[in-house]
Ligand binder design. Sequence first.
Ligand code: G6P
Length: 633
Amino acid sequence: MCGIVGYVGQHAVGPILLKGLKRLEYRGYDSSGVALFDEGGRSETFKAAGKIAAIEPMVLAKDQTLFHGGIGHTRWATHGAPNTTNAHPHRVKDLVLVHNGIIENYREIQKLVYARGYKPVSETDSELFAFLVMFEMEEHKIDLIEGVRRAFPKIHGSSSVVIMSEKQPGLIVAVRNGSPLVAGWNKEFGAIVASDAQPILDHTNKVYYLENGDMIVCQKSGIQFFDAYSGKPVERKEVTIDWSADRLDKNGYAHYMLKEIHEQPRTILDTLHAYFEDQTHRPFEFAKNAGIDQLSAAQRLSIIACGTSWHAGLLGRYWFERYTHLPVDTDLASEFRYRNSHFTPGQVVMGISQSGETADTLAVLQDVNKNKVPTLAITNVKGSTISREAKSIFYTYAGPEIGVASTKAFTAQMLMLVLLAGRLGRDLAVNDSQGKKMIEIDRLYRELFEVPHYLSMALETGGSTANAVKKAAQDTLHSKAFFFIGRGYSFPLALEGALKLKEIAYVHAEGYAAGELKHGPIAMLEPGVTVIVIAPKDIWYDKTVSNLQEVKARGAKIVAVGHADDKTLASMADHFIPLPLQSKKPDGQSTLDESLTPFLISPILQLLSYEIALSKGTDIDQPRNLAKSVTVE
Ligand code: G6P
């Protein structure tokens, strides 16, 4: 979704805005623009469709010593095509603004603007807000700050606006109601405001998150916080971000997505270390978190999420059902939101969101809170709107994820869910003195610490797993369709594998529960179609292999993922991708419990999509039409 950066201060404005916008590229956008203000109050605007690279030379060609402030924007089109005219910033007389969100009553405002004899230049709803501010300023003879304050309550829907005026060039006014805004300031640098913390981290790691209804006035001397509706000053706490700016770079990888796939062994460890008190491989206690008590008291758990996070939620159901007695349902937030969901006593609702900003997930949590049903959330972004809306929060420690297609954040969500399922299961086992269950969960926790080791082997460049992935990708990339099939834990993985391929390689891919193959998709199987069969040695294995045979009989190409010693699978598949894992140790024990194989399979499928997309030459980190953080419905 749209990205915003605004800056006033003593450093070169153009490069700061451009770098900041590049930090926000991951959100997805289709045009961009920058406005620069000089001391005398004159402003210049540079806009273009496409990538930031299109405006960069125009901005940098200017003598930067002239400017002391400005605003920049990356636009993800909603109202009006992605072209130069519709790109932000928009200018109305002396006012220049950027906007993120949707103005729902834009028709009404448009009528007013025409009625007063003006004609907006763009097709956007955003430009209309500048007219509203201008009308307020002219009518009441007030300044920009007061004008924004009076105009803001007149727009409906969720919006954030950052605005400057040529008449008051030393200040930026920013107001939030919906899409996030974060601000930062230091004496040597000045003040910066942005859609998230990433553009700010290059300058300071101390930030302020705006609440809905906040208005700030940024000047090089500092930032003032107000309630946008009453105009009264408010206090906002400074938050220290523990992500350093170098984690925002590619560090030698061709793409952020590849870097993030390879980071997973480390991010799994980071999340484990954040939640276990030590590494003694004994049963661990979570750091104190009220969410644990909420879950322990729950009679029913409803998980809601969107996209990849929904797939994590689907996996969560399998883990909770295996390790606890808790009834669990997993739902799409966009569906749950408009259904007549009936809450039952003891129900707890858990939202999962990498960004912590997804509009549908947030809306469900808000509705549920209104119904006084306890809410929990799993998110990767501290200070995000969802983290503040949920009554209890479990953070994942994947670090910043820049690739639009979620990889390491998904794995971290899975990890959080399996940890919670184990934690809850252990409590129940202690209470019911179920010795066997306790041993099972202790083993789960112990083995979790082995996952990073196996995963590093799977991802090792030139290793047998990564090589097999590459070969399979090269041989199947021209397939007319892909089906991913699996049972049990491998069913959500099949959905996620197909989603990744669609997202970054733009090919037709569907994920199916292997048992459903015969209820429809089998009609499509023929030479030229590829079926990815996810078949680790687990309790569903024999059934999945039967499905594989049905696929083979129809002439589709088979890529099978399974345990390294699985000769049956290797002999039946066109391409066999071995997990770096034997199904049995010499003593007959399996090397990793079947509930943990998703932690190896998911990154392998991510790599497969990556390799296919790489050969197809798509824009892997910023796939067309997609946004990382979907803050509109
Ligand atoms: C977008 C992203 C997906 C993500 C989904 C949910 O569609 O492109 O990668 O899974 O939103 O996002 P969330 O931040 O709530 O996990």
